[in-house]
Design a protein around this ligand. Structure first.
Ligand code: HPA
Length: 274
């Protein structure tokens, strides 16, 4: 694994002269932020050694380098999901490469189903914490001390200072944001009504099929994390007739809400201290 990380990082180094310290992973239907990046370089995942290739609809699979406001950034347009059949090591490989490249802060977005009755479709939720319900842990197996500790602390998986910065940005821009706990599950089924209720009762405000593996590996590597969910459906409110959820709907709702998400990410990335 160490050799592969090095090989991929060396390849990127050979293509890109000015490597950023800030990285962004964009979720389903949330690629619009890329349009605000002054792109200097772009590499297709398929051309990057050891990189898996993204398969799901709505993800185009490119590593983008450029300037967003006053920061130089690297953005993953499209991510790897466990449900696509990738191993946890493959899903989180890009984060390992980020660390090897010298990335210190990671910004993540995703689409998620809302379970908190105060939420509605189109809301933006700043992730304050998560519950990992994936069936496999990305750090299972041999630990490489060069990459991080065997038993990593997870007391602040999402950076408090970045959450506070984001709340300030949202307030300045007059954007209403929620905060909450994200539950990560493998999918690819959306939840049954009973599962949505269960996830809410155990402390989840939103549920999705991504983010948690990458955030765990970022924490293991000592990368600071900020993440946002866009609420694309309200699956299972207690006492409310369940509604059907589809990928198309999720993409549509994500597209409708993404200007707000983009504004916050853009503002935050511009403001935060690298
Ligand atoms: N459940 C799981 N993943 C999701 C959902 C959901 O309701 N919405 C968007 N991604």
């Amino acid at each position: 694994m160490l050799d592969k990380i090095k090989e991929t990082a060396n390849f990127i180094h050979s293509k890109i002269t000015d490597i950023p310290k800030t990285a962004i992973i964009l979720g389903t239907g949330l690629g619009e932020l890329v349009n605000h990046i002054d792109i200097t370089d772009s590499i297709d995942y398929k051309d990057i050694p050891n990189f898996p290739v993204s398969t799901v609809e709505g993800h185009c699979g490119k590593l983008i380098f450029g300037n967003l406001g006053n920061k130089r950034v690297m953005a993953m347009q499209g991510r790897f999901h466990f449900y696509e059949g990738y191993s946890m090591q493959q899903v989180t490989f890009p984060v390992r490469v980020m660390k090897a490249l010298g990335i210190t802060t990671l910004f993540v977005s995703n689409a998620a189903g809302g379970m908190n009755p105060d939420f509605k479709i189109g809301d933006i939720m700043i992730i304050t914490d998560h519950i990992n319900l994936f069936p496999e842990h990305p750090l299972r197996g041999k630990n490489y001390d060069e990459l991080g500790p065997r038993f990593p602390d997870m007391s602040e998986p999402y950076s408090h200072r970045l959450i506070n910065d984001a709340l300030k940005v949202a307030e300045e821009k007059g954007i209403n944001v929620k905060q909450g706990v994200y539950i990560g599950t493998q999918g690819p089924t959306f939840e049954t009504p009973a599962e949505y209720r269960y996830f809410h009762r155990i402390g989840g405000d939103a549920v999705g099929m991504s983010t948690v593996p990458e955030v765990i590996v970022a924490n293991h590597s000592g990368i600071e994390v900020f993440a946002i969910s866009v609420i694309t459906d309200m699956g299972g409110l207690e006492g409310v007739e369940p509604e059907k959820v589809s990928h198309e709907e999720v993409q549509k709702a994500a597209a409708a809400a993404q200007p707000k998400m983009t504004e916050i990410m853009k503002g935050l990335i511009n403001e935060f201290k690298e």
